[in-house]
Design a protein around this ligand. Structure first.
Ligand code: HEC
Length: 161
């Protein structure tokens, strides 16, 4: 008799578990979760500010970024990474000259000519010669063309401010 009662209870418990599972429990997105969902929605809209706050922060960060970019560009126009890494250390970020002579203001033809002279050794300079050995004439042309553009870039930057 005891076994029969236990058996029936077991069946009833499993049946109701199956029923609840089929309806879906609150955290599994079943019927019961609907109430919870609306509750969460209301909370979110009551708090209201949460998504908006994120937007504000994003906008702030963008503004800061553009400000920083502007600040970085006040005294310098954009140059290629090649120029920055290979030439800027001695000729200045914008060719204004530091250890090496000022380059800005010279035409690209003149720059190219001088680079070829250094490279060929016709014009003696160990620093420049050593540096230019690893560069092809095409590279030199590219540098010369870029440096020839420096005055125009400087002018464009001035006009933008
Ligand atoms: C390690 C320092 C150094 C680096 C790096 C360097 N230069 Fe020079 N450069 C010099 C020096 C010093 C002179 C002056 C040589 C002289 O006139 O005898 C010079 C001279 C020049 C000249 C001739 C300028 C003139 O008016 O006589 C040009 C053009 C030039 N460099 C271009 C470049 C380019 C382009 C790069 C990058 C690929 C570069 N240099 C990298 C030190 C450097």
């Amino acid at each position: 008799m005891k076994n029969v009662i236990v058996g029936i209870l077991t069946v009833v418990i499993f049946a109701s578990m199956a029923y609840v599972a089929s309806k879906g429990r609150a955290y599994h997105g079943g019927e019961a979760a609907k109430g919870l969902g609306t509750f969460q929605d209301t909370q979110a809209s009551a708090a209201g500010a949460a998504p908006a706050q994120k937007d504000d922060r994003e906008i702030e960060q963008e503004e800061l970024k553009s400000l920083k970019e502007k600040a970085g560009n006040i005294n310098a126009f954009k140059v290629s990474d090649e120029y920055k890494s290979k030439c800027a250390s001695c000729h200045g970020v914008n060719g204004e000259g530091t250890v090496g002579p000022k380059l800005i203001g010279q035409t690209s033809e003149k720059i190219y000519e001088m680079l070829i002279e250094f490279k060929s050794g016709r014009k003696e300079n160990t620093v420049m010669k050593g540096l230019l050995l690893g560069l092809s004439e095409e590279d030199l042309k590219m540098f010369a063309d870029e440096i020839g553009e420096f005055p125009a870039r400087a002018e464009a930057m001035k006009n933008n401010q």
